[in-house]
Design a protein around this ligand. Structure first.
Ligand SMILES: Nc1ncnc2c1ncn2[C@@H]1O[C@H](COP(=O)(O)OP(=O)(O)O)[C@@H](O)[C@H]1O
Ligand SMILES: [Mg+2]
Length: 333
C-alpha cells in the first residue's frame, strides 16, 4: 500500500511552511513515527535547515551519486528512468530527500508532457514524468519503512507544484492573518479543483497503467495561522480583522462549502489545526545550532527564560503533531 503524502501548501510565501515541515518531521520522529521529508521547492530552504553549507555544496555538485530529488528524476529528461535517491538521515527515523536548485528546470518537461497523457498511445513516458515525484517518494519511503511523507513546496501554482499536488493525499494550508493569505485561498481552491479533475481525466485515459499511479486526492485537512504579525509591530486590530475572515474563506474556497454560517475566529473553527506562536530569538538560535527549536539546550544558549520557551515549544509541536496525525490518519508507531 502507498505511504500517505501530506503537503504544506499555500500560494503565499513567508507563512512558515518550510519551518513547519522541518519542526513537524522532527517531532513526529521523536514520537516514534518513521517519517520521510521531501523538499520539492527549488529554493531548497528545507534542505538548508537540515544540512550545513558544506554539505549542501557536495549535494549539488555533478557526480555519479543520486543525492537530490532532481538527480533522481533527471534521467527522465533524456531516455532514462527514475533513480533511487540516497536518503539523508537526520535521525534513525527521520529521512530527507534533499531539494535542488536545478529542480526548476524539470518544470518544462512536466509542462510539455502533461497534454500527452491524454493521447492514445505511448502513455508510459507522459505518466512517468507527471508522477515522477510520487514514484520517487513512494519508493524511498518504502525503503526506510516510513509511515508518512511530509512535503515542502514553493508558493506558486505552476506545473512543478501541480505534480507535487497530484502526489498528495492531504493538504495543510499555513496562513497568516493578512490580505495576501485570504486572497491566496481564493486562488488555491479553484486551482486544486482543476488539478484534481485534470488528473482524473488522465488516469481514466490510461486503461492499463504499467505502473502504480497516485489517486490525486489533495484533501484539505485544515489550516494553521501564524501569529507573527501581532508581535512584530502590527496592531492587534489588523490581525483580528483578517483572522476572523479566515474560517469563511477556508470553507468556501478550499472546501467548496457554502453554509452561510461560519465561526468568527480561527480559535473556534474545527478546520483550524492550531495557531503558531512567534518563537522570537529561539528561531535564530535554532538555525545556528541546526536543530529544531524544541531541542535547544543550554549549550546552544537556551538559558533562563529561553529554556522555559524551549519546553513550551516542545509541547506546542507535540500537540500539533498529534492533531495532524489524527487528521491525516497515519500510523503512530
Ligand atoms: N513560528 C515562528 N516563529 C518565528 N519565526 C518563524 C516562525 N515560523 C517561521 N518563521 C520565520 O519566518 C520566515 C519564513 O518562514 P518559512 O518557514 O521559510 O516560510 P515559507 O516556507 O512559507 O516561505 C523564516 O525566516 C522563518 O525562520
Ligand atoms: Mg518555504
Amino acid at each position: 500500500m502507498a505511504t500517505p503524502v501530506l503537503t504544506f501548501f499555500n500560494n503565499k510565501g513567508g507563512v512558515g511552511k518550510t519551518s513547519l515541515v522541518y519542526h513537524l518531521t522532527w517531532m513526529l520522529s521523536l514520537l516514534g513515527v518513521r517519517v520521510l521529508a521531501c523538499d520539492l521547492d527549488p529554493q531548497a530552504n528545507l534542505t538548508a535547515l537540515f544540512l550545513g553549507e558544506d554539505e549542501l555544496e557536495s549535494l549539488w555538485e555533478d557526480g555519479d551519486a543520486t543525492k537530490t530529488i532532481y538527480q533522481a528524476v533527471k534521467p527522465l529528461t533524456a531516455v532514462g528512468d527514475i533513480k533511487d535517491p540516497r536518503i539523508h538521515f537526520a535521525s534513525d527515523t527521520l529521512g530527507l530527500v534533499p531539494g535542488d536548485l536545478a529542480l526548476s528546470s524539470f518544470e518544462d518537461n512536466i509542462s510539455s508532457e502533461w497534454p500527452n497523457a491524454l493521447g492514445e498511445k505511448n502513455l508510459y513516458r507522459p505518466f512517468r514524468i507527471a508522477t515522477a515525484f510520487w514514484q520517487v517518494m513512494q519508493k524511498t519511503a518504502e525503503s526506510m519503512n516510513a509511515s508518512i511523507i511530509l512535503v515542502d513546496v514553493g508558493p506558486n501554482l505552476g506545473a512543478l507544484n501541480r505534480s507535487a499536488l497530484i502526489a498528495t493525499d492531504y493538504i495543510i494550508a499555513p496562513l497568516a492573518a493578512d490580505i495576501w493569505s485570504l486572497q491566496g485561498l481564493r486562488n488555491l481552491g479553484p486551482t486544486l479543483r482543476q488539478w484534481r479533475s485534470e488528473w482524473k481525466k488522465r488516469r481514466e485515459n490510461w486503461n492499463n497503467p504499467e505502473f502504480e499511479l497516485p489517486s490525486g486526492a489533495m484533501q484539505p485537512i485544515g489550516y494553521l495561522v501564524q501569529q507573527h504579525s501581532v508581535r512584530l509591530g502590527r496592531p492587534v486590530k489588523a490581525y483580528d480583522k483578517w483572522a476572523k475572515r479566515i474560517p469563511e474563506a477556508y470553507a468556501r474556497y478550499l472546501l467548496n462549502h457554502d453554509n452561510h454560517s461560519y465561526p468568527n475566529s480561527p480559535t473556534n473553527d474545527i478546520n483550524c489545526v492550531a495557531t503558531v506562536r512567534h518563537y522570537r530569538s529561539l528561531v535564530a538560535m535554532a538555525q545556528e545550532a541546526r536543530k529544531p527549536i524544541f531541542l535547544l539546550t543550554q549549550a546552544d544558549g537556551a538559558i533562563g527564560g529561553h529554556s522555559t520557551a524551549v519546553s513550551s515549544a516542545y509541547e506546542d509541536f507535540r500537540r500539533l503533531a498529534d492533531s495532524i496525525q489524527k487528521r491525516a490518519k497515519f500510523d503512530q508507531a
